[in-house]
Write a protein that binds this ligand. Sequence first.
Ligand SMILES: [Zn+2]
Ligand SMILES: [Zn+2]
Length: 392
Amino acid sequence: MSIERNPEAFKNAPINWVPAIVLLSTPLLAIILVPWYLWTHGVNPAIWTAFAIFMAWTGLSITAGYHRLWAHKAYEAHPIVKYFLLLGATLAVQSSAFDWCSGHRTHHRHVDDEYEDPYSARRGFWFSHMDWMLHKYPSGQYDYKNIPDLKKDKLLTLQHKYYGFWVVATNLVVVGIAGLITGDMLGTFLIAGLLRLVLTHHFTFFINSLCHMIGTRPYTDTNTARDNGVLAIFTWGEGYHNYHHYFQYDYRNGVKWWQYDPTKWFIAILSKIGLASDLKRVDNLTIKHAEVTMQFKRAQERIANGGEPSLDERLMAFKEHISTEYDEFTKTVEEWHALKARAIELKRAEFANRLQEADDKLKAQFAEVEAKILAHSERIEKAFLQLKGKTA
Ligand SMILES: [Zn+2]
Ligand SMILES: [Zn+2]
């Protein structure tokens, strides 16, 4: 997609009526009707259970479905899982899979570009959070050329074609069934329907707005995407957005064991019970390499920024440290590249019966390089601490 880089076209973009009405009226209705209902009807545990189930179902359908399965192809799913996720994503009212995924692939390809990224954070919080859907901006007009794989899917094509009908029907029927079970139709529609819809909307929107504004950038600073552990709590693990923008095909967003990424756990459980396969993951060495490269970049920036005269001596020592460390790191990376080339070569040439043996040897060598990269990382951290005067 190529867009005319014309600021006027953005200024004069017409209102996108249907999304504008839905996105502006639902929060307003929720703010008025939910407290009124709670005041007059009290708290019914059955309704809050339905609310929790719908939050999880529709939230995970966006993250594990629209996002990681369809937009990024980070894994393969059994048809049963696909039906479940597509129904949940339709209930979430975040446009058709075609629109969502086409826009999202463009977002990754042209991240931060004011004219091409449909929810560019460079246009500010309001634009990236919601406004991009309220007007017919040039960057929001998709030609679907970037989703040829999805266009082959009959179910997704049907959903796109009859999207409006699907949204209304699924929300009426599925939430209606929940209302029959809880025995309180009005309460179920207000809490498990309306309130859930509004919360799921804004939690997803936070990824495009806040997750491009607040947080850390451990893997790359070439775009605005941030890692934000607090947002991960509300977004089923999607808060680790800096990692995600760097390694978008990984089925995980939070790759460290301590990072909260329930979408990753959900996909991993599906794979354990045979309902998902071909889970794509970036190897630890590549991840660590990206992190250490960023650490060096930060160190260089720190050196370039200079310091107070009282810091001069420590800064000189830091510069010295970083320079030697960088030479060593370059050697380790060369070693790693040579090892990768050798691995490809070996796999091609070795006889089948010796493959295992060669594999074990390579694994040990890769582990050695990984340990070296970890040691580089620790030494840079130590050098930073010394610069701050925190250790002797
Ligand atoms: Zn993003
Ligand atoms: Zn993505």
